[in-house]
Design a protein around this ligand. Structure first.
Ligand code: TSJ
Length: 664
């Protein structure tokens, strides 16, 4: 018997309007399903599946069967209440007809039942209908089978989609089951391919089975083996999200035997009074990456969003608090970072809520702010409760231990990165105005004078032979490298200038082949401060450019301490020991001038006494010298300044007599 046959004639005018709606779908399918490629093909299947899932998720039925047929069609069946067959009060047609003929019909019947529908964001089963060659609906209820069919057919020389072959009818065929069945054949005229992909469908159905605890999903593929037999896969997980996490961790070693499952709900506080439901399962493993899978109304949110943010914040907060409470973190120690608590974490978060808003590049990021508060509050409360149970204390200890070790590694990595970054910045460091480079291009002949103070630097610049001598004045005191981590040393401008000028890199990256100057001459005043600066520089070279010292590139310039002069004779004296010799050599009436610093010399004098390769004295620094300087600095820095200075003067003297003297 035809269902409401006469009535259906009455609303023909209305039907035309509806069909114009479906025409729009066929005209621009991309607007409704994104693409007419293989993704769009599956999209129209998911529209149907989603509706069946919702019915089961709302507690009506427990089984969904998806079948792929040889003719290219697919069907979805559930054992829920059955799509409404009665006449819609305002639209005047059967529920089935409304659902399949009206765009965005989903939820119009009973918004409560669609409250947590993944289909809400979708375009509805009418789109599937519009893009199918034919679609058949069967509703099983009242011990009978209702049936309605739609098809794409020529109307006035144009193809219309989703045209009813007949109105919903009661076939009178007895059944003792309840539910809905929809079978459709995607239209070859619309889709680039109509070949459903078994693995795509299989893995999504498995995912849906994980997300909906206890729901049985059967997948039948009748296309295999030329129709002689069919493939059947069945998914049903009594453990729900816990089973999901175990499945995801199958190839990893879990840090604790069972995943942690937490669930709860919160009234929304924004005034809409909608409830947000949350379920989460998590388990730590031996891997170093984090794997968080989040869903809203069964829709994967690959880009995360507010719900995920809420979860992460709560996890960090609760675990930091617990770490302090249990003494894993001391009072003065800083909190661990979120990343530390997520190393090796596998987690599935599933929430259900109304009015979901998507954001992001691929519209897979949840935007609802109320989800953040809800998830964060439910998760915090439930996680705390979980760890309060004595039987879960061991798991907590494992997790805290893991996080603390992750933090240590992170800190080490961060330092390394900072060093690398600083190294890179050295390469681009601007030397203009500091280094007066030489014109010669052969490093083996070139000399770099690191000169204490700007004024002495200026004098040295005038004095030098610019063809092979470069001058680098040091303004302030260079940094004591021993007490600092490399990154701090590199933050010091004086140090960076030196590294940059030498060109040979630093630390592990030091390469003597790239050295710009084969003689690096430290030229400081012959006083306490000068000795101090020298010791600091040597310490730096010893620590970070050992090969520079080892290969004999570092020298101490020897400015004279005194000038002994009389008429035509002129002697420069480099030590107190030499002074008497000079006095007797020059004879009575000699004028003795003591140089307090490099700045007291003229350019000519500095050249003659200290820089001219034919007359100067350079003391080559041995690795032992440098080691001694380092020890000196490391043991005495920070101690009483006077004591330090005396010690340096007494022990860090580079006297002509004590060392190998290089005369060029
Ligand atoms: F999408 C679809 F329409 F094609 C479709 C819907 C496909 C499949 C396979 C199943 C379903 C579907 C719809 N299964 N169950 C339902 N349930 C309802 O539509 C329904 C039933 C009863 C009531 C009620 O208030 O009594 C309300 C609704 C929404």
């Amino acid at each position: 018997m035809w269902y409401n046959d006469c009535m259906s004639r009455e609303y023909k005018a209305k039907d035309i309007k509806v069909l114009e709606g479906l025409d729009a779908v066929r005209l621009r399918p991309g607007m409704y399903i994104g693409t007419t490629g293989v993704k769009g093909l599956h999209h129209i299947l998911w529209e149907i599946v989603d509706n069946a899932i919702d019915e089961v998720a709302n507690g009506h039925g427990n089984h969904i069967i998806v079948t792929l047929y040889e003719d290219g069609s697919a069907s979805v069946e559930d054992n829920g209440r059955g799509i409404p067959v009665d006449i819609h009060p305002t639209l005047g047609v059967s529920g089935v007809e409304v659902i399949f003929s009206t765009l965005h019909a989903g939820g119009k019947f009973d918004s409560d039942n669609y409250a947590h529908s993944g289909g809400l964001h979708g375009v509805g089963s009418s789109v599937t209908n519009a893009l199918s060659e034919w679609l058949i609906v069967e509703v099983y209820k009242n011990r009978t089978t209702y049936r309605m069919e739609f098809e794409a057919k020529m109307v006035d020389g144009k193809i219309k989609g989703g045209v009813p072959r007949y109105s919903l009818m009661d076939t009178g065929q007895y059944v003792n089951k309840r539910g809905s069945f929809v079978r459709f054949k995607p239209d070859k005229k619309i889709f680039e391919t109509t070949n459903f992909n078994l693995e795509t469908i299989s893995s999504r159905l498995k995912e849906l089975a994980f997300l909906n605890k206890g729901m049985k999903v059967t997948l039948i593929d009748e296309r295999v083996n030329m129709g002689l037999s069919s493939l059947k896969r069945e998914y049903c997980f009594e453990g729900g999200l816990n089973d999901f996490v175990k499945y995801l961790n199958e190839t990893k070693s879990p840090a604790h035997a069972e995943p942690i499952f937490l669930g709860g709900k919160r009234e929304d506080v924004t005034g809409k009074k909608d409830t947000i439901y949350m379920e989460v399962a998590l388990q730590y493993t031996d891997v170093y990456t984090e794997h968080i899978y989040s869903y809203v109304n069964n829709i994967p949110t690959s880009e995360g969003g507010t719900h995920e943010t809420g979860l992460k914040r709560a996890l960090t907060k609760v675990l930091n608090d617990l770490a302090r409470k249990h003494g894993a973190l001391k009072e003065k120690e800083a909190n661990l970072q979120g990343d530390d608590f997520r190393e090796g974490l596998t987690c599935v978060l599933s929430i259900r809520m109304q009015n979901i808003q998507f954001e992001g590049q691929t519209k897979t990021k949840l935007g609802n702010p109320e989800a953040l508060d809800a998830v964060s509050s439910i998760f915090s409360e439930k996680l705390l409760e979980y760890f309060e149970l004595p039987e879960n204390k061991a798991t907590l200890d494992i997790i805290l231990k893991k996080a603390i070790s992750a933090a240590k590694v992170r800190e080490a990595v961060r330092k390394q990165k900072e060093i690398t970054r600083a190294k890179n910045s050295i390469e681009n460091f601007n030397l203009v105005g500091k280094l007066s480079s030489c014109t010669g291009k052969k490093p083996e002949f070139n000399e770099l004078f690191i000169v204490e103070g700007d004024s002495a630097g200026g004098t040295a610049k005038q004095a030098r032979n610019r063809s092979f001598q470069a001058i680098l004045p040091l303004r302030g005191k260079p940094l004591n490298a021993e007490k600092k981590r490399l990154d701090q040393v590199l933050a010091n401008e004086e140090m960076r200038t030196i590294i940059s000028a030498l060109g040979s890199g630093i630390g592990e990256d030091f390469n003597v082949e790239n050295l710009n100057y084969h003689k690096v001459v430290i030229l400081s005043d012959a006083d306490q401060d000068g000795a101090h600066i020298r010791a600091i520089l040597l310490t730096f070279f010893f620590r970070y450019m050992k090969d520079l010292v080892n290969e004999g590139h570092v020298y101490i310039g020897m400015p004279p301490l005194y000038k002994v002069a009389k008429k035509d004779t002129l002697e420069y004296v480099y030590s107190d020991k030499e002074l008497d010799e000079a006095k007797s050599k020059v004879g009575r009436g000699a004028i003795i001038q003591r140089y307090k610093g490099l700045g007291e010399m003229s350019a000519e004098q500095l050249w003659t006494t200290t820089m001219d390769p034919d007359k100067r004295t350079l003391v080559q620094v041995s690795i032992e010298d440098a080691a001694r300087a380092e020890k000196l600095i490391s043991t005495l820095m920070g101690d009483a300044v006077d004591l330090r200075k005396t010690y340096i003067i007494e022990n860090a003297n580079f006297a002509k007599e004590d060392s190998f003297v290089d005369k060029r």
